[in-house]
Ligand binder design. Structure first.
Ligand code: SF4
Length: 282
């Protein structure tokens, strides 16, 4: 099993602090706007403790509202405060850093590129923060999208880049290679978080000596999906959410000699343990 498989410090902090907030404020409602982390088992556990996950905050309620580790657009946080909610901000410090760098680039007049998935809450929040300071802010999910901005980039000349914390380094490299001949001035912040880089490097090493890699975590989780994508290029890889999904790959598992296991930043330890136990039985 990869050493860094499972919860990263940002997710651990978000889950533990949210539970603590509820424990210390038993009589108050505790709301999380959007899923605290991308794992349905954790969301269910929070619900059982009375912590409510909602898409929209109710108008006529009171209580504490949690800002999740992905962060949130400043407008949403202002809305929480104006509705009278107490706000507990659990945005991961690494995500805060990306927001700050994007804002810095926007303020310095760069043409800002945010590399990441446009609908991912982390990217939505980074974009919203930077857009407060400039209209020249674009989210780039892939190199094809970047190519459509070629003329604008040439015209602007000064280009700044940040990247979603859980993206692949290969994507940043691809973008920088494309931009070098186009931009007169290029400022790049590699904002992939250390936890993600370490997890990806460890998993790659493990995959080199494995006939099969099992990646455990939600299909909605960006960092888990990227892990599976990276490992697919190295060895046989399956992406599962829980041990139940292993049955589908029984034949492949039984003919593999060395099986490596890794997991995304939002995968709880008990889910990883169940996977290992089931693999041992096979
Ligand atoms: S994956 Fe990185 S940025 Fe995201 S919560 Fe974990 S430590 Fe923070």
């Amino acid at each position: 099993m990869a050493q860094s498989a499972g919860f990263c410090y940002g997710v651990k902090r978000a889950v533990e602090t949210t539970k603590k907030v509820k424990l210390e404020n038993g009589s108050k409602n505790v709301w999380v706007l959007g899923e605290l982390i991308h794992n349905s088992h954790v969301i269910k556990e929070l619900e059982e403790l009375g912590i409510m996950t909602v898409d929209k905050l109710p108008d006529k309620e009171e209580g504490i509202c949690i800002v999740r580790s992905h962060g949130m657009p400043p407008q949403n946080i202002d809305e929480m405060i104006s509705k009278g909610f107490e706000v507990v901000d659990l945005t991961c410090l690494d995500v805060k850093k990306v927001q700050q760098k994007a804002v810095q680039l926007a303020k310095e007049g760069f043409f800002v590129l945010i590399l990441g998935k446009p609908s991912h809450p982390e990217v939505v929040a980074i974009n919203a923060n930077a857009k407060l300071h400039s209209d020249d802010v674009y989210v780039i999910p892939d190199i094809e999208t970047l190519k459509t901005l070629k003329d604008k980039i040439k015209q602007h000349k000064r280009v700044g880049v940040v990247i979603q914390t859980t993206q692949k380094l290969e994507f940043l490299e691809e973008v920088v290679t494309y931009l070098v001949p186009l931009a007169l001035e290029l400022k790049v912040f590699n904002t992939i978080c250390q936890s993600t880089s370490k997890r990806q490097e460890e998993a790659k090493e493990l995959a080199k000596n494995s006939d099969l890699m099992v990646v455990v975590g939600s299909k909605k989780s960006a960092n888990t999906t990227h892990l599976a994508e990276i490992l697919t290029g190295i060895t046989n890889t399956v992406h599962i959410e829980t041990s139940d999904d292993l049955d589908e790959y029984k034949e492949l598992i039984e003919k593999s000699q060395n099986i490596g296991v890794t997991a995304g930043a939002s995968t709880p330890d008990n889910i990883i343990k169940n996977v290992i136990t089931k693999l041992e039985k096979y």
